[in-house]
Each structure stands twice: as C-alpha cells, then as structure tokens.
Ligand binder design. Structure first.
Ligand SMILES: Cc1cc2nc3c(=O)[nH]c(=O)nc-3n(C[C@H](O)[C@H](O)[C@H](O)COP(=O)(O)O)c2cc1C
Length: 205
C-alpha cells in the first residue's frame, strides 16, 4: 500500500482558485502554522515568522502590492512567510526547550553557537540564504499539512518585496520569502503538472 505521505506528495496541486464561501477559523490557521514549524531548520534556529493576512482590508492591501493576484482576496488566508537572517545569538534561547526536554545535553549548546557563528557571523549572504531556506522548508511543510487537512495552497513570489516589508512591518533583518494562499480549492484547479524526466535532473556521483 502506498504510504499516505507519498500519496499526498503525488496528489498535491498548486491551488489558485478558492471556494470564497468557505472560511478558515483561528484554530485551523494556528494548526497550519504549528505544523509548519515542525520543519527542520539549520541548528534548529527556527528563524521564521508567519503573518496570516485574513481581514478584507489587509487582503486588499496585500493584493495591491502583489501583482493584483486574485487568489489573495479569494483565499480565506494568505500567509506572508518570513525568513529571519540567521543569527547565532538567538540559539541559546531556541535550544533551551530541547535541553529541558532531555533531548540535547546542555554542554553541547556552546558548541552549536560557535558552529553557527562560524557560518553566519559577519556573513550577510549566508544569513540571508538561511532565511530563505528556513522559510521554504516551513512553507513546503505547510503546503503538505494543508493538503492533509483537505485544503489547497498556492505559493507566490509575484509581489513587491519592499512594499510588503513596509506595509506589514517587517524588521530590517526579515525577508518576505513567499506568500502562501490557503483555503478550500475548487475542482477547476489544474492537476499537478508533469515534471522533467529524471534523466535530466538526477546524476550519480
Ligand atoms: C516559489 C514559487 C513562487 C510562485 N509564484 C507564483 C505566483 O506569484 N503566482 C502564481 O500564480 N503562481 C506562482 N507559483 C506557482 C507555480 O506556478 C506552480 O507551483 C508550478 O507551476 C507547479 O505547479 P504544480 O505543482 O501544481 O504542478 C509559484 C510557485 C513557487 C514554488
């Protein structure tokens, strides 16, 4: 029997058309973010943040700076998936729960901070790369979680990054990596498109 995760990966489609009559409650939105934050991040930095844009006024404001994409007002919620520049100084706080849970020995924390510092300190490009990676892992986890909850998701990069940062109060160290509209999709959404043949994308070394 095919594992349900494989089935979900194969069934998932990008959703651009949403049933405008069906809303999402606070609990569903919170659950989507909770599941997204189970995604792995470098050193468990968890350098992400999610803004759930769901009021008519906020949706209209976002749509006007996102290529006027109709799914932003059509979907019950569009998340601004934010990656934060990687900063090793945040790590002791981020790792404390793993130490308290008995997963990670307290004595290892300094070593992880030093390792992260050697990668990111004074390396803005690497800090930024990590912000995008973190947001992307979170977004993909949210997309599959949405699918499991009977919802469809549409990622978007078609927006004015500076305007989104300004309008929604992002810090200098925060990058709006992606927008992600989520809701109940209508049957008219295209099924998943064919992909390039494996021979073009896989090599062995
Ligand atoms: C990073 C990223 C950015 C995207 N930006 C947009 C966008 O701004 N507007 C849009 O309509 N679709 C956007 N898409 C949707 C893609 O066109 C879609 O995921 C792709 O065609 C594959 O669709 P499928 O997975 O359903 O086969 C984006 C997808 C990704 C992953």
């Amino acid at each position: 029997m095919t594992h349900p995760i494989i089935t979900a990966i194969e069934e998932r489609r990008t959703t651009v058309l949403f049933d405008t009559a069906r809303d999402l409650g606070d609990e569903q939105i919170s659950e989507l973010v909770r599941l997204a934050t189970t995604a792995p991040t470098s050193f468990n930095l968890q350098n992400w943040r999610f803004i759930a844009v769901r009021t008519p006024a906020a949706k209209a404001r976002l749509r006007s700076i996102a290529w006027n994409q109709a799914k932003i007002t059509g979907a019950p919620v569009t998340f601004i998936v934010i990656g934060q520049m990687a900063n090793e100084k945040t790590l002791p706080d981020r790792l404390a729960p793993a130490v308290e849970a008995g997963i990670m020995p307290a004595a290892m924390v300094d070593g992880w901070v030093a390792g992260a510092g050697s990668l990111y300190a004074d390396q803005p490009w690497r800090q930024r790369d990590e912000a995008i990676r973190t947001a992307t892992f979170g977004a993909m986890t949210m997309i599959l979680s949405a699918h499991a909850m009977g919802l469809g998701a549409g990622p978007m990069i078609g927006f004015d990054h500076e305007a989104v940062s300004r309008e929604f109060g992002l810090a200098e160290t925060e990058i709006p990596a992606m927008l992600l509209s989520i809701g109940y999709g209508t049957p008219e959404n295209w099924r998943q498109k064919p992909r390039r043949p494996l021979g073009q994308v896989l090599s062995f070394a």
